[in-house]
Design a protein around this ligand. Structure first.
Ligand SMILES: Nc1ncnc2c1ncn2[C@@H]1O[C@H](COP(=O)(O)OP(=O)(O)OP(=O)(O)O)[C@@H](O)[C@H]1O
Ligand SMILES: [Mg+2]
Length: 337
């Protein structure tokens, strides 16, 4: 197992109270595997990815519980929750790299692309300038930047949005990370460029054998890219399973509602979309029981009282096939609203 997240909790201590942005989530990822994380805005997807990199702003945020177990080449396992800041500086970029929605989050507008890429290799790989420059040009070529040998000396603002996104991906891949976290990597881009960037991530994943945590609103993207899917609601994973099970045999009313409510890149059901009624709860004032029960057409008494424990739907004993749901109602599909 490359990374195993166990019962992770990241809370923000604000004037409105304790915001339980991530509230006890568990998942694991192997090399070469793509886990998609989906869920409405505010469900805790970005806080999850920032937690893995230990980039939660403190104050107001803190990882208050759980483990992030990362395995090294030699089979040694370390818990990133406990790791020192100096250790995390090495882990970031070197073992876990992140692609953000907005490239300017990781690109410095005042430095040429060459300076930024070379610095990463000097810092993490101890390379000399000439070698680092050669490797950076190669990486820009690998992500499809034309005339990379000269474009490398551009400033970020001289590049188009799609090209900036490619530079950021090149920067993330520069040190062959074991885990690539892509948080809404394409939402700011037009559809053609989106498809190109996703192909690029898939191609680089194959070439490097990296694991990918792919966070997106777009279920079409998940269907195309992911091996497994975790559905987040109010800081928890309410359903997780192989991509086919989540799309064709979803068990959680929220997952079913989500797939009926979100437009997809790959189909044109626009007119048939059915929004989920109501709003997600305030994470500072979660309802008792299942956090989805106030919006759920299937809720029974237990849903208002007790948080549902995980229940195995299928694939028991086989991690890659395992389909787990957190819902008290056993036969949601058979009780269509
Ligand atoms: N610095 C912060 N201070 C207080 N609350 C925060 C902070 N950062 C995030 N949160 C809260 O954590 C919750 C989860 O936010 P997060 O950014 O993870 O959502 P998300 O699922 O990534 O949403 P989106 O799809 O819009 O990107 C939100 O309710 C947000 O208000
Ligand atoms: Mg986000």
């Amino acid at each position: 197992m490359l990374i195993e997240v166990k019962n992770l909790k990241t809370h923000f201590f604000t004037e409105e109270g304790v915001v339980r942005a991530v509230d006890g989530i568990s998942f694991s990822l192997d090399r070469g595997e793509v886990l998609g994380i989906v869920g409405e805005s505010g469900s805790g997807k970005s806080v999850t990815s920032l937690s893995l990199l230990r980039l939660i702003p403190d104050p107001p945020g803190r990882i208050v519980g759980g483990q992030i177990l990362l395995e090294s080449e030699g089979g040694v396992v370390e818990d990133l929750v406990e790791a020192s800041e100096a250790r995390m500086e090495r882990v970031r970029g070197d073992r876990i790299a992140m692609i953000f929605q907005d490239p300017m989050t990781s690109l410095n507008p005042y430095l040429r692309v060459s300076e930024q890429l070379i610095e990463v290799l000097e810092l993490h790989r101890g390379m000399g300038r000439a070698e680092a420059r050669r490797r950076s040009v190669e990486m820009l070529q690998a992500v499809g930047i034309p005339a990379a040998a000269s474009r490398i000396d551009d400033y970020p603002h001289q590049l188009s949005g799609g090209m900036r996104q490619r530079v950021m991906i090149a920067m993330a891949l520069l040190c062959d990370p074991d885990l690539l976290i892509a948080d809404e990597p394409t939402t700011a881009l037009d559809v053609t460029i989106q498809a190109q960037i996703l192909d690029l991530i898939a191609e680089r994943k194959e070439a490097l054998g990296a694991a990918v945590l792919l966070i997106t609103h777009d279920l079409g993207v998940v269907a195309k890219m992911a091996d497994r899917v975790a559905v987040m609601y109010a800081g928890r994973i309410v359903e997780e399973g192989p991509v086919g099970a989540i799309f064709h045999a979803a068990r959680h009313p929220y997952t079913i509602g989500l797939s009926r409510s979100i437009p997809r890149l790959d189909d044109a059901r626009g007119a048939d979309l059915v929004p989920i009624p109501g709003m997600p709860p305030s994470l500072a004032r979660l309802p008792p029981g299942c956090p989805f029960h106030p919006r759920c057409a299937h809720a029974i008494a237990a849903c208002r009282e007790e948080a549902p424990p995980p229940r195995v739907v299928s694939g028991e004993g086989n991690r890659k096939a395992l389909h787990v749901v957190r819902c008290h109602v056993e036969d949601v599909a058979g009780r269509a609203p």
